[in-house]
Design a protein around this ligand. Structure first.
Ligand SMILES: Cc1cc2nc3c(=O)[nH]c(=O)nc-3n(C[C@H](O)[C@H](O)[C@H](O)COP(=O)(O)OP(=O)(O)OC[C@H]3O[C@@H](n4cnc5c(N)ncnc54)[C@H](O)[C@@H]3O)c2cc1C
Ligand code: SF4
Length: 519
C-alpha cells in the first residue's frame, strides 16, 4: 500500500477545497497540502471550444468523463465528481444569504440559529467574492449594505433585461442585476465575459471554475493533487480523539490501496459525500447528527406574458433579482424567498404548425410568429426558505454498493412541522407576487410550476455549539475529533432562500485559520 504524508489532507476537490487550499497556502507558506479527489482532472482549457460546440450540436455533457459510473445515489442532483466538482458546470450566480438566515430561531422561533454572526459571515462573503472574482452592483435595500464594494462592476443589462427591470419595478418591488462570478474586466489572469450564453462550459474562462485555482496552486507547487483517488474510510486513533489516516483506492492504478497520514484532515466532499464518508467510517457521530438535517431551498417558477417588445436570445443566463422578500416581519406569517426574472421565449419560438395542428408555410409561418411575439414573456422564480427536520436524512443504502463494496448514499429530504403547516400559505404568497408583477404591465401569468427537489443542497454535518445536536463547531471542526474538519455545504444548519455556493465558500474560508492552528 502506498502511504503519503502531508501537513493537511483535504478530501474532495470541489470549489470549497480549492478555496481552502488556496487560503491555507497563504496563511502558512510552505505547508504541505494534499488534495485527494475521486474524479479525473479536466485541465485541457484549449479543448473547451470543442466541448462547448459538441454540447451545443449534440446535447453532450460539456465536461467529458466528469462522473464516476458506480458513485451515485438516490436524491443526488449533480453527478459531477472531478477536480472542480459541480462548479465546473455552475452558472456562477453568487447571491448572498441575509442576516435572517443566521437568526431564524431568535427572530422567528423557527429551526436553529447559526453559531456565527452576520458581521463575521459578511467579511467572509467579501473575501469569497474577491477570490472568485464577482461582478455586481450594490443592492437598493438598506439591509443589503456591504462592507466592501464588489470586485468588479456589474454585468451590463441586456436590452431585454432593462425592459424587464422597468416592468418589474412598476410593481413597487426593487430589482438589480444578479451578481455573478463572471469577469466584466480582466481578472486573475482570466478573460472578460463575451456574453455568449453557454456558461455551463465557459470558452473564455470569464466564469470562475475551481480548476483555475488548482492549476495556479499546482504551478506554484503549493499543493499536491491526487486525482482519481477515492477515500473510503477515515481511521480514528484507539482513543477515538483523533483521525490518524484516510484510506482509499487509486482508480487510476486499478484499485491499488493508498493511505494518507497528516496532523489534520479536512473533508470537503460536498453535501452528499461528506456525511457519506463519515457514516462509512463511523466517525464524528457521537451526536447521531451525521446525515441528518439535509437541507436546501424549495422553489416555484412561472412564465408571465406582458406588454413589452423583447428580442429573446440576449444573454439569457443573466437575470434580475429582488431581495425584498428575504425579510419578513417577526410578527407576520413567516415567508422568505428571493425573486428572479429572466427573459423568456416561452410560446414565442417559430413553429411549423399552428395551435390547431395546421402546417404553416411561407408568409403564414412569419405572420404566426410575428403575431405571437407582439407581447413579451418573462420567466420568474422564487427560491423559498424551508427548514429540515431530523428525518431529512442521508443514509447508507445496503442494497446499492459501489465496486469496492461500500453502500451508496440515499438522500430523503423531509421538512419540519412549521414548514409543512405554512406550505399552502407560502405557495399562495408567491403566486400572489407573480400576479402583482404580471398586473404591472397588463400581463398575465401563463403557468406556474413547483420544484420537486431542494436546490443547492446542503446539510448532513451541521454546525452548532451543542455537541449533542451538531457535528461540528462554526469552523467545521468536528466535536469528536480535534483534527478533523468538515467544510462548506454540509455544515449549513439551514439552506437559505437563494443560490448558496457563495455561502459554502464563505464559511469554508472562515474555517482556514482554525485549520492552520491545528497543524
Ligand atoms: C448546472 C449547475 C449550475 C449551478 N449553478 C449555480 C449557481 O449559479 N450558483 C450557485 O450558487 N450554485 C450553483 N450550482 C451549485 C454549485 O455548483 C455547488 O453548490 C458547488 O459546486 C458545491 O461545491 P462543493 O465544493 O461543496 O462540492 P462538490 O462540487 O460536490 O465537490 C466535492 C468533490 O469531492 C469529491 N469527493 C467526494 N467524495 C470523495 C471521496 N470520498 N474521496 C475523494 N473525493 C471525493 C467529489 O468527486 C467532488 O469533486 C450549480 C450546480 C450545477 C450542477
Ligand atoms: S456568457 Fe460566455 S463568456 Fe460569459 S461567462 Fe458565460 S460562457 Fe463565459
Amino acid at each position: 500500500m502506498m502511504v503519503y504524508e502531508s501537513d493537511v489532507c483535504i478530501i474532495g476537490g470541489g470549489i470549497s477545497a480549492a478555496m481552502l487550499a488556496q487560503k491555507l497556502s497563504e496563511l502558512k507558506p510552505g505547508l504541505a497540502i494534499t488534495v485527494v479527489e475521486a474524479g479525473v482532472k479536466i485541465f485541457d482549457f484549449d479543448n473547451r471550444q470543442k466541448y462547448r460546440q459538441r454540447s451545443l450540436d449534440y446535447g453532450e455533457n460539456a465536461w467529458p468523463e466528469d462522473f464516476i459510473d458506480d458513485q451515485a445515489g438516490a436524491g443526488i442532483i449533480s453527478r459531477t465528481m472531478a477536480v472542480g466538482g459541480s462548479a465546473l458546470h455552475w452558472g456562477g450566480v453568487t447571491n448572498r444569504f441575509s442576516a435572517e438566515d443566521l437568526t431564524l430561531k431568535s427572530r422567528y422561533g423557527l429551526a436553529v440559529d447559526w453559531p456565527l454572526t452576520w458581521e463575521d459571515l459578511e467579511r467572509h462573503y467579501c473575501e469569497a467574492e474577491r477570490r472568485l472574482g464577482v461582478s455586481g452592483e450594490p443592492g437598493p435595500l438598506a439591509e443589503d449594505t456591504r462592507s466592501e464594494p464588489y470586485p468588479m462592476p456589474p454585468m451590463p443589462l441586456s436590452y431585454n433585461l432593462a425592459v424587464l427591470k422597468a416592468w418589474a419595478e412598476k410593481s413597487g418591488i426593487p430589482f438589480q442585476g444578479t451578481p455573478q462570478a463572471k469577469n466584466t474586466q480582466p481578472y486573475d489572469g482570466r478573460s472578460v465575459c463575451l456574453r455568449c450564453n453557454t456558461c455551463e462550459i465557459c470558452p473564455t474562462g470569464a466564469r470562475y471554475s475551481p480548476d483555475f485555482t488548482f492549476k495556479q496552486l499546482l504551478a506554484a507547487k503549493k499543493i499536491t493533487l491526487h486525482d482519481q483517488t477515492l477515500i473510503r474510510r477515515l481511521v480514528a486513533s484507539p482513543d477515538r480523539k483523533r483521525i490518524v489516516a484516510a484510506r482509499g483506492v487509486s482508480r487510476a492504478r486499478s484499485g491499488e490501496e493508498v493511505e494518507y497520514r497528516a496532523p489534520t484532515f479536512v473533508v470537503a466532499s460536498g453535501y452528499a459525500w461528506s456525511p457519506h464518508l463519515l457514516l462509512l467510517s463511523d466517525v464524528a457521530n457521537s451526536s447521531g447528527a451525521v446525515g441528518k438535517y439535509m437541507t436546501g431551498h424549495a422553489f416555484i417558477g412561472g412564465q408571465i406574458e406582458l406588454d413589452a417588445t423583447l428580442y429573446p436570445g440576449m444573454n439569457e443566463q443573466h437575470s434580475l433579482i429582488s431581495r425584498k422578500y428575504f425579510r419578513c416581519a417577526a410578527d407576520a406569517p413567516f415567508v422568505r424567498h428571493d425573486l428572479r426574472v429572466w427573459e423568456s421565449s416561452a410560446g414565442r419560438d417559430p413553429r411549423l404548425k399552428d395551435a390547431a395542428g395546421r402546417l404553416l408555410l411561407g408568409d403564414a409561418l412569419l405572420t404566426d410568429w410575428r403575431d405571437r411575439t407582439k407581447r413579451g414573456a418573462a420567466r420568474v422564480r422564487a427560491y423559498y426558505d424551508v427548514h429540515p427536520s431530523a428525518d431529512s436524512t442521508l443514509t447508507l443504502d445496503p442494497s446499492k454498493k459501489n465496486r469496492w463494496g461500500d453502500p451508496l448514499p440515499a438522500i430523503r429530504h423531509a421538512l419540519d412541522g412549521p414548514t409543512q403547516s405554512r406550505a399552502a400559505a407560502t405557495r399562495a404568497h408567491i403566486r400572489g407576487v407573480f400576479d402583482v408583477l404580471a398586473k404591472a404591465n397588463n400581463g398575465r401569468v401563463l403557468n406556474v410550476s413547483e420544484g420537486n427537489y431542494l436546490d443547492h443542497p446542503a446539510g448532513g454535518c451541521r454546525m452548532g455549539t451543542d455537541p449533542a445536536t451538531s457535528v461540528c463547531d462554526s469552523y467545521g471542526r468536528t466535536h469528536d475529533h480535534a483534527n478533523l474538519f468538515v467544510v462548506g455545504s454540509p455544515t449549513l444548519p439551514t439552506g437559505g432562500c437563494t443560490n448558496a455556493t457563495l455561502t459554502f465558500v464563505a464559511v469554508t474560508l472562515r474555517s482556514a485559520p482554525a485549520v492552520v492552528k491545528t497543524i
